[in-house]
Write a protein that binds this ligand. Structure first.
Ligand SMILES: Nc1ncnc2c1ncn2[C@@H]1O[C@H](COP(=O)(O)OP(=O)(O)OP(=O)(O)O)[C@@H](O)[C@H]1O
Ligand SMILES: [Mg+2]
Length: 434
């Protein structure tokens, strides 16, 4: 069984850290990080799946060894999730977003996805891509692609086949990397950022970019859906260090609380993996304790290829926070995943299953309606989501049939042409030898 992949990136000392004296308290040891004591001896060792050390690797190389694995998964039809975790100022935004001149993992993943789509489209495949971009700010989902103050607040829901999703977000169809990159730029303008004592451009929210790909293979007659979450988390902070007051203090409390929920979820998932090995029952995972963990419940819960980037400052002033990040990185490496390709071959079976669910929900509705208005509203919404899905399947299936007929026709034409060329070749040979 694959495990959650955990890599670390240790950024170089900042100018302010260098001014305080060059107090490095970590050393690279292959793909492990060693924590050093005052004499430079190894105090503890943290093995990882890969390690990026003090900018010895360019942003391009970091992507090629980390984010590209998620891109590969999503192009194979798996869901994927990449998140950067670490204290404030450790380099999460630098690694995930990067700069205009030197992009990070998210823009590089977009460019890579569209490069691969261009190559694969030649193989009788049709791709449809759409994207959404939102932030979790003070425990609220805020759409970064629309003025959400005018719209109803987005709500987290569970889709019958696609799992957890955020309803009410704007989803943009994108047909080129330029279009998708423009969405990132648009969203980043609205993202909550401000200056603290620890970071001149500190993220005050978790930013979540979602790209969803549908690939219809006309030759094989299959359709795959996969989606990737690429996440730049806000960083944990000690208020003494960041000097937060007023709004920033409120933000800091919410950031720390949701990261605490994330650590609890990772901890329980690791405990469940151990329990499974011993043949014991798994414990309940507290996904619903925060908006962030609720949104990511499918990704963290094993249905996706999942990659955690543990971000670290090398300076001794951040030692305790870095050790805490490394301990969670080690814990997360124990989480077992079981991602599956979301491929459909027969839509008839899917429509039948969906109709059975609708009938079941209608039965529930008659029982619940008398009890709680809120519950029945939720069930009605679930029914309408499934009805939409049935319609979508019917519609895309018509497309699939049309596509397959086109490909068969084209293949037939090519075979005829090939046969004609062969015939000509044979005739010329006969003429030459005569
Ligand atoms: N690998 C790196 N090379 C050079 N500079 C870096 C690197 N990583 C981070 N930095 C710089 O360090 C500062 C803090 O980085 P960044 O904003 O990415 O931190 P963060 O983890 O996102 O913090 P926060 O949680 O407050 O948002 C920035 O000025 C950034 O340019
Ligand atoms: Mg940041």
């Amino acid at each position: 069984m694959p495990q959650l992949v955990v890599m670390a990136r240790v950024r170089p000392m900042s100018a302010a850290e260098r001014e305080q004296g060059d107090l490095a308290c970590f050393a690279a040891d292959g793909t492990s990080v060693n924590a050093l004591d005052d004499n430079g001896s190894v105090k503890s060792k943290f093995p990882l799946d890969d390690l990026f050390w003090m900018n010895q690797q360019s942003q391009a190389e970091v992507y090629a060894r980390s984010g590209a694995l998620a891109t590969e998964a999503v192009m194979r039809g798996l869901d994927a999730c990449v998140f950067a975790y670490g204290q404030t100022g450790s380099g999460k935004t630098h690694t995930m977003m990067g700069t205009q001149d030197d992009p990070g993992i998210l823009p590089r993943a977009i460019m890579d996805i569209f490069d691969q789509i261009a190559r694969e489209s030649a193989n009788a495949k049709v791709f449809e891509v759409d994207a959404s971009f939102f932030e979790v700010y003070n425990e609220q989902v805020r759409d970064l692609l629309s003025d959400s103050s005018k719209d109803a607040a987005p709500k987290i829901r569970r889709h019958p086949t696609r799992g957890v999703f955020v309803e009410g977000l704007r989803r943009e169809t994108v047909s080129s990397s330029e279009q998708a990159l423009a969405l990132i730029d648009q969203g980043m303008k609205d993202r909550a950022m401000s200056s603290t004592l620890a970071n001149a451009r500190s993220s005050r929210s978790h930013a979540v970019f979602n790209i969803s790909i549908t690939c219809t293979d006309g030759r094989k007659g299959t359709r795959r859906n996969s989606s990737a979450y690429l996440i730049d988390l806000a960083g944990s902070e000690r208020v003494r260090q960041t000097g937060a007051t007023g709004t920033q203090l409120e933000e800091a409390k919410n950031i720390n609380q949701s990261l605490f929920s994330l650590r609890r979820v990772l901890d329980q998932l690791a405990a469940n993996a151990e329990a499974k090995k011993r043949g014991q029952k798994p414990g309940l995972v507290p996904y619903r304790d925060s908006v962030l963990t609720h949104v990511l419940s499918d990704s963290l819960g094993g249905k996706s290829y999942c990659l955690m980037l543990a971000m670290l400052s090398p300076h001794s002033s951040n030692y305790d926070d870095s050790i805490s990040t490394l301990k969670y990185a080690a814990r997360a490496r124990q989480i077992v995943l079981s991602p599956k390709v979301n491929e459909q071959q027969s839509s008839a079976a899917l429509q039948k299953a969906m109709q059975a669910e609708i009938d079941d929900l209608r039965r529930q509705l008659t029982v619940t309606a008398s009890r709680s208005e809120f519950d029945s509203e939720d069930i009605e919404m679930e029914i309408s989501i499934r009805q939409d899905e049935v319609e979508r399947i019917k519609h895309t299936d018509t497309n699939l049939d049309r596509l397959m007929a086109e490909f068969r026709e084209r293949e037939q034409r090519m075979n005829d042409e090939l046969a004609a060329v062969e015939r000509e070749k044979r005739e010329m040979k006969v003429q030459l030898t005569a």
